[in-house]
Ligand binder design. Sequence first.
Ligand code: SF4
Length: 406
Amino acid sequence: MFRRAWYLYLEDGGFLSILEYVTLKFLIEQLALTQANSLNFIMVLYRFSYADALLSWFDDNARNLPWREKIGEKADPYRVWVSEIMLQQTTVAAVIPYFNSFMARWPSVHELSRAPLDEILHAWQGLGYYSRARNLHQCAKYICEHLKGIFPSHEETLCKLPGIGPYTAAAIVAIAYGQKATPIDTNVERVVTRIHALKTPLPKAKREIKALAKMMTPDRRPGDYAQAIMDLGAGVCRPRAPNCGFCPLKDNCLAFKSGEPTLLPHRLPKNARLTRHGTVFWTARKDAAVLVRRRAERGLLGGMMEFPSTPWVVSPVPEIRKHEPFPGDWQPLPGEVAHIFSHFRLVLRVVSAVVEQDNCDNGQWCMPDDFGKLALPTVMKKVALHVSKVAAVFPRSDTLLSVERN
Ligand code: SF4
């Protein structure tokens, strides 16, 4: 990384002008620093040049977000934690109403730990990636039962808790505890890649980015710095249209100097998304109640409710007979339901039957108007909406109309 600093100077005229270089050389000689100390000295200046510009910019341009304290005030680790978990894979605008409603309902980790999982999953509906909600609940319980409700202040300890990875741990430690740590999300990755004009494609470049991002993190105000670089990536160094003219780092940015910042970061081509197939059993009683069941706790959509279905597999289309919840005259409904998960595309066919049996070990009956009370993931709401359109088996409730709007 030291070599990189020299490289920036020598090859690109990066962050030190000739005058600064001569001054620096003079100071090093006057101070009779050893080679190692000289490099440390350069690194201090290097950090200062980025951090100072960024922090000044942040003081004037910080986003006003509900989980953020005013500059200089101490943040609450609980609020930082919930917001960072919600923000994974989701935009700030989408998260704000969820965060506000979570805080109104569960203002501390103690209240969250006592909440039934179903209520949390229900409140999470629409944010996706439901394993995050389950982990949130488990983590709250662990913190209350074993840590007296206090969040650890060390990254390594935080990383051992359910659902907390290196990014969230670093964010909590930096923002809530004011300790030096470097949370790296996609925004930070983009800013660092562009400043240093890294040519290595993502995700291969992650180690290099981490080393450079750490090197740029200052000793003072590390929490504000972490939020400043996130804000810069989100609002200024945008993926397609960076606003370099407004950027406090443009004088030190190699991508800006190249004139083509949007070419970075490079990415390895993604593998084509697989398509999986399955068949859903729309199992209705004569009174229009529909059979729903809970998915296994672990795995995709774990703990959520669903209409019974075959396994979702790549090929061949599964034999539906052995997965029927009840024997019946199963009729295929026209059309299909498609849904995109992060790593595969799902295509579902739907078969329906009106059954006589009432008792089931592995599920419950629910009237369509009560679907809104269930923790139904979006893909299952799409199934219900599809059935309501093609089979007209029940009136379209608000829950279904909200899916249609989305
Ligand atoms: S100068 Fe432009 S490309 Fe460089 S960090 Fe700022 S916004 Fe991004």
